[in-house]
Design a protein around this ligand. Sequence first.
Ligand code: HGY
Ligand code: MN
Ligand code: MN
Length: 422
Amino acid sequence: MKTNLPLDGDRLWADVMALAEITDPARPYTRRSFTPLFREGRAWLARRFADAGLTTRIDTAGNLIGRLEGTNPALGVIAVGSHSDTVPSGGRFDGVAGIATGLEIVRALRQSGTRLSHTLEIIDFLAEEPSEYGLSCVGSRGMTGSLDGKMLDFTEPAGESLRDALRRVGGDPDRLAEARRGDIQAFLELHIEQGIVLESRSLDVGIVTSIAGIRRIEVVFQGEADHAGTTPIDLRHDALVAAANTVATVRRLAEQLAVEGADYFVATVGILTVEPSASNIVPGRCRLIIDARTTNAALTKQFVETIDRESAAHAEAARVSRTSFETLSDGPPVACDTDLRAALRQGARDLGLSEMDLPSGAGHDAAFMSRICRSAMVFVPCRKGKSHAPEEWADREALATGAAVIYQAVRALDQSLPQAAR
Ligand code: HGY
Ligand code: MN
Ligand code: MN
């Protein structure tokens, strides 16, 4: 048990557990972005921010921001944060742990009477998880000038645009430019590893080296719905045959690329809709989303070109048309800032914690924040590496030690940050 940490792990834990209570009771733990539950969680967080002495606001990109003025505002901002939205039937720690960390750091600073020279901001980024509108990291894209009109026109299944949804949660798509920041000197994010490396090696924390690039592609096949009993096989235009062969190609190609190169490569089809979706109707239309991730952008290019070619061939073979092969989002791989990584590593060592460098296969807001400032992450172990599932679990002590590393780094960076703006 790590003792004499500079912050209160029980308070941090209580925040994580309290936010977990705000979930769809039928699908713990679900607090999807833009939903009433999400807004209830936001309101709860805003109250906690205010209780901790932060001035709070929602920026025009829909991010909840708590601010603690520094003694020398001219030095700019050190930001700590993550996201409070979840995947469907997700966990209690993905995202929330990073916000609770920031909140506890503020309380620990104030309790100890410590005033930072830099202003400190705690940020809950809007919609980090892939939203119903087909886009992830909506708030951090908005803060970094990476949220464009085409994305704002994306719609969810019932037809609402992301533009209108952004207004509903307090953002303003017509004034997005106001969300862009040039005053943030450093961004730090604590996150559960969502992998098994730290736990399997019994290490306290991971200092993230790079964050995988994520390409998401929509593929739609249009065939003809027909009677499943009376339509001969050779006269069918079965959209699901083309889709299923494409899914198999995605898996085969990912296995091949993961083995070939020294780089990290994974690809997944996590969404596949079949219409009209009845046991006695030949599928007329299929839509699938491919999520491809790598630390080497050249592998993405090779993957996309091959899938483009082979999915078109699957369509032709199934006598259907491929009506969409569209990149929905394309975030490149990101290297975390070396100065911030050094401060995090030193913080861990000063606390007597064990640490290692490791890449992130998961996407994070920190990747977008690297476009406007120095950005880095700390991982803490999670049980069996499980995440994006209700079994997701991180020990109270693990969260407290990870948060203490961020705290130590914030204090050190407050003194050492090179003042040269990026
Ligand atoms: O999908 C991801 O990598 C992250 O958990 N949003
Ligand atoms: Mn996630
Ligand atoms: Mn996350």
